[in-house]
Design a protein around this ligand. Structure first.
Ligand code: TYD
Length: 133
């Protein structure tokens, strides 16, 4: 898997004068079955989250409030993607090292994941990850 396979996913928006609504359907907007949803919030200024890769997990990362950057790295190439629209998510396939940083104040990061939490699926050491790519 390479960083070029980290793709932006545009989601539908239903707009009306009372506000916008966006929805997500598995297999239609995310290319996997959604087994878990988690979210990050109250992230202090300057904090860096992530700093790991997954052996098998696929994710869709969504800025449902505010903005942040996702840095993706496949062991040879690095890309920085700013997420700042609630209707635009980033699909991250397996075997991509990722870091989340530059959170705006009050940002919310929603993550849809293809499997339940499993610590044995993580690479938390960059060198170990790189050796496996
Ligand atoms: P981690 O995935 O390292 O968070 P981040 O990448 O945002 O820095 O997880 C932080 C802690 O939370 C770690 O101890 C594992 C735990 N955790 C769960 O128990 N369940 C989950 O679904 C997630 C994502 C993390």
């Amino acid at each position: 898997m390479g960083v070029d396979e980290c793709t932006l996913v545009g989601l539908p928006v239903i707009q009306n004068p009372q506000g916008n609504l966006t929805f997500i359907e598995e297999e239609r907007h995310v290319p996997f079955s959604i087994a878990r949803v988690y979210y990050l919030y109250d992230v202090p200024e300057g904090a860096v989250r992530g700093g790991h890769a997954h052996r098998a997990l696929e994710q869709l990362i969504l800025p449902i409030g505010g903005s942040f950057d996702v840095v993706v790295d496949d062991g040879s190439k690095r890309r920085r993607i700013t997420l700042d629209q609630p209707r635009m998510g980033l699909y991250v396939p397996r075997m991509i090292w990722r870091e989340l940083e530059n959170f705006s104040a009050g940002a919310f990061c929603l993550v849809l994941a293809s499997a339940p939490y499993d610590e044995s699926d993580y690479y938390r050491d960059y060198d170990e990850f790189r050796a496996a790519t």
